[in-house]
Ligand binder design. Structure first.
Ligand code: GUN
Length: 306
């Protein structure tokens, strides 16, 4: 068995970003409108600040109006709700993202559901989740990481997944559930596996497309993989790496990359796989929202090969 083709997530993301920039440019020329993205972060979790910084930087690079609201950890539910309300009311803002997790005791669900669905570029509002579940990719917004993972799937298998078995490990609202819906919309036969699934390795061995989003470092082993499968790794886990020196750490996915690459046909690395696509699809969602708000047909990102 030859080694798998390793997907270069940065390269694929740059293709998405090119399409986003073209659409933003066209929107500004025809309507005089710049896509506006607001990112809200509460508290001082360093990893969240790193992600949010990357999102704001990419928004500026795409030619968007990018604003960041940084709020202290002691922010109350009412204060945060009022920030979201003011962004809902601001016509220059087309996309709102509240970085998760929120510090305790803030209730993230109340906040997420208070974002206008047409500005919910995370695709987490029940209206957007419902549109995806009913197969409406035309008017809703799709959660960024599954939308990005789906770009990889389409690059390997095309738009029609008829006859292919897909297994998604993980059932979160942010990833597992929308990922399964996207695969189903493309006519794959989908199994959602999770921590209570019996014989998980055996279930996974049936997958032509295996998507892992469990948050357990290198849990998926070589004997879980069907020879020739496409393996998408959505995990980002920081583990100790004493081999790199005392106190050093490194990032790994949910898939034991080296051994699984021996048997898969296509595989995504961590880092440099799904991660860059999440940011690219956030930009895509923002330009889609801005085009829709101005009565212009947005480019397609969810259901075509990119
Ligand atoms: N935290 C980690 N990933 C995400 C994401 O995709 N969206 C939001 N809002 N917060 C996150």
């Amino acid at each position: 068995m030859s080694a798998a083709r390793v997907i270069d997530g940065k390269h694929v993301a740059s293709t998405v970003i090119r399409r986003v920039k073209r659409a933003a440019d066209q929107l500004e020329r025809t309507s005089g409108v710049k896509p506006g993205l607001a990112v809200v972060i509460v508290g001082d979790d360093p990893a969240s600040h790193t992600y949010v910084g990357a999102k704001s930087r990419m928004a500026r690079e795409c030619g968007f109006a990018s604003i960041q609201r940084t709020l202290p950890a002691e922010t109350t539910q009412e204060e945060l709700a009022s920030v979201v309300q003011s962004l809902n009311d601001d016509p220059s803002i087309h996309g709102i993202l509240v970085q998760l997790p929120l510090p305790k005791p803030l209730q993230s669900d109340l906040i997420i559901q208070s974002i206008l669905p047409e500005k919910d570029v995370d695709g987490l509002h029940v209206v957007n989740a419902g549109k995806l579940a009913t197969g409406d990719l035309e008017t809703g917004l799709v959660s960024c990481t599954p939308a990005g993972a789906m770009v990889f799937v389409r690059r390997s298998h095309g738009n029609d997944l008829s006859g292919l078995n897909a297994v998604v490990i993980g059932r979160s609202n942010l990833f597992g559930k929308p990922m399964a819906q996207l695969l189903l919309s493309a006519d794959a036969t989908v199994t959602m596996a999770h921590s209570r699934t019996k014989n998980l390795p055996q279930v996974c061995r049936n997958a032509d497309i295996l998507v892992a989003a469990v948050g357990r470092p290198e849990m998926v082993k070589t004997d879980w993989i069907k020879p020739g499968a496409t393996v998408i790794d959505v995990g980002i886990n920081r583990i100790d790496a004493p081999e790199n020196g005392e106190g050093k750490t490194r990032l790994v996915g949910d898939v034991a990359f080296k051994e699984c690459a021996e048997i898969a046909d296509v595989i995504t690395p961590v880092p440099g796989g799904v991660g860059p696509m999440t940011i690219a699809m956030l930009m895509a969602n923002t330009v889609i929202a801005a085009c829709r708000a101005n009565g212009i047909a947005p480019p397609r990102f969810y259901d075509t090969e990119i």
